[in-house]
Design a protein around this ligand. Structure first.
Ligand SMILES: Cc1cc2nc3c(=O)[nH]c(=O)nc-3n(C[C@H](O)[C@H](O)[C@H](O)COP(=O)(O)OP(=O)(O)OC[C@H]3O[C@@H](n4cnc5c(N)ncnc54)[C@H](O)[C@@H]3O)c2cc1C
Ligand SMILES: C=Cc1c2[nH]c(c1C)Cc1[nH]c(c(CCC(=O)O)c1C)Cc1[nH]c(c(C)c1CCC(=O)O)Cc1[nH]c(c(C)c1C=C)C2
Length: 475
């Protein structure tokens, strides 16, 4: 028997890939909560006229991990449920940051890099000169923070406004703590090798100029081809992103996979080349186990037999995010269309950013916004146990201050998501390798997937599930 821990999107995806490899393998997915989907949670309004997303709302369609998700969506028969936003849509072009007392539109084309756009005080192409003039790091580095790298190579303004905001909008994290390898691994490696990012790019281009581009990767599926030809920037699913885990769970169940919700296993014990899992007093002997639950939760269960592995798993920090959905029964409340705005930490405000949902998706004569707060600064702003009312008031005060919306929302939802996003702090990649090396050395029949390890986006965690299943079948 094989089991999967967790029925978030990565646990369900692991089920899908296991089923593809071995159609008759007895397979159970154990989920602690009473629903599938994990952080993906879409709630319909009372009148059923719009959807509040408590977690993710859009998926990126570009790149190999994205093509893998689109293949899954197509397989589930959800291609017609896709709601895409093309790169020319205002929601794709207009991303803003709130800095120096106003909303600033970030450049969305090459031309924008040639002008001075606030809050920056120089044209953005100056960052390239900064990189060309800056020396190499004093000594070779294995890793460093995103902020430190960008500050060294491209200057303080880019680090403070562009990169620090971007990290808030991806992992609610502090650029001074997050590893450069989280988003800029290749740039960092070029700099380490060639003494500069631009130098590295130019040198590699010279070396490769006569080489034929290798045709790598698998051919794109139909839906990924459609995404490319229609130039999607982001997409969601009609009915909300929860349609994806819900449909996946139904598909798995139709193929004989058992999904047990509302159950926390009581014990996980390694017994030679098997794992004993005790659930509701019953013992199950497993040949393989895929863990898609957060690393710190798995740590508790392996601590007794494998304390070194538990220590590594526990060293991956997580942050809390408060997500507040607001709906106003007026369509004209926003002065500027766009995806939304982020607030760089240097502004010292208690919100991370606001998404303009009603600009991205048709929300029928309403203005719908989502305010995100907390992350790496949660306790600093809100203490340990803020009340819902307190959090709502902070959101409304900032919506009023930044967007000029004075009225109270007609409907709202406050979701406090505890430990919802792992932080890939400096050394993260080494920690993940150490955990996987330990598992391989001790021949433990467990595979790790999910947001704790190989990327925090929906695409990343689905691909991590696929890769974890591949490791099971390659050993
Ligand atoms: C606010 C927010 C916004 C986001 N926005 C985006 C976005 O726009 N685009 C994007 O691509 N990504 C986004 N993400 C990231 C994305 O949602 C997550 O990375 C992804 O959903 C994680 O899936 P997962 O399966 O790895 O983990 P989870 O969703 O955490 O699933 C793990 C599951 O394991 C269960 N579990 C825990 N302990 C146990 C146990 N002991 N036994 C059994 N089950 C257990 C949990 O209940 C949960 O269901 C966002 C995340 C958040 C929090
Ligand atoms: C303010 C908090 C957050 C916002 N979104 C997220 C958080 C924590 C989570 C999130 N957003 C994105 C991803 C990655 C998806 C992937 O790479 O597969 C995650 C985990 C996408 C994203 N959203 C924004 C950016 C710059 C990105 C990176 C990729 C891309 O360019 O599409 C912008 C953004 N996010 C938030 C806001 C308010 C915002 C504003 C412009 C909220």
């Amino acid at each position: 028997m094989t089991a999967i821990l967790g029925a978030g999107i990565s646990g369900l995806a692991a089920g899908h890939y296991l089923r593809k490899k071995a159609a008759s393998l007895p397979l159970t997915i154990y989920e602690a909560s009473d629903r599938v989907g994990g952080w993906i949670r879409s709630e319909r309004s009372a009148k059923d006229d719009f959807i509040f997303e408590a977690g993710p709302r859009t998926i990126r369609p570009k790149g190999p991990a994205a093509a893998n998700t689109l293949e899954l969506i197509e397989h589930l028969g959800l291609a017609d449920h896709v709601y895409s936003i093309s790169s020319s849509h205002t929601a794709a072009r207009n991303r803003m940051i709130y800095a120096k007392g106003k909303l600033n539109l970030l450049p969305s084309s090459l031309g924008g890099l040639l002008k001075t756009v606030p809050p920056f005080t120089k044209p953005l192409y100056f960052a390239a000169f900064h990189d060309l003039l800056a020396g190499r790091s004093e000594s070779p580095l294995q890793d460093e923070s995103m902020y430190s790298f960008v500050n060294r190579r491209f200057g303080k303004e880019i680090a403070d406004y562009a990169v620090s905001s971007m990290l808030c909008g991806i992992c609610a994290g502090n650029a001074k703590e997050i590893s450069v390898k989280f988003l800029m691994k290749e740039l960092f490696e070029r700099e380490q090798q060639h003494g500069g990012v631009i130098k590295g790019i130019l040198k590699e281009a010279l070396v490769n100029r006569n080489k034929k581009k290798p045709t790598t990767g698998t051919p794109l599926g139909k839906l990924a081809q459609r995404a490319k030809s229609e130039n999607w920037s982001i997409y969601s699913l009609r009915g909300g992103l929860q349609t994806l885990p819900d449909t996946l769970a139904t598909d798995l169940q139709s193929k004989g996979v058992s999904i047990v919700t509302g159950t926390k296993f009581e014990e996980l014990k390694f017994d030679r080349d098997r794992i004993l899992l005790r659930v509701d007093g019953k013992e199950h002997m497993l040949q393989h186990l895929v863990s898609s639950i957060p690393s710190y939760k798995l740590a508790k269960h392996v601590d007794l037999q494998h304390p070194a592995l538990a220590t590594t798993l526990r060293s991956i920090p997580f942050v809390d995010v408060c997500v507040i959905n607001l709906q106003y029964q007026r369509a004209d409340l926003l002065k500027q269309d766009g995806f939304g705005f982020l607030v760089p930490p240097i502004e010292n405000l208690p919100i991370l950013g606001v998404i303009f949902d009603s600009c991205c998706f048709d929300m029928q004569d309403s203005t719908v916004l989502t305010v995100m707060m907390g992350g790496a600064w949660f306790e600093q702003w809100f203490g340990k146990n803020p009340s819902e009312d307190q959090l709502l008031e902070v959101a409304l005060t900032n919506v009023q201050k930044i967007l000029g919306i004075d009225q109270r929302p007609d409907a709202y939802k406050v979701n406090l998501l505890r430990n919802c996003i792992p932080q890939y702090t400096v050394g993260h990649q080494q920690r993940v390798s150490a955990a996987r090396d330990y598992i391989a050395e001790h021949k433990l029949p467990i595979a790790l997937c999910g947001a704790s390890y190989d990327g925090v986006g929906v695409n990343d965690v689905i691909l991590s599930a696929r890769n974890s299943v591949d490791t099971i079948f390659s050993t």
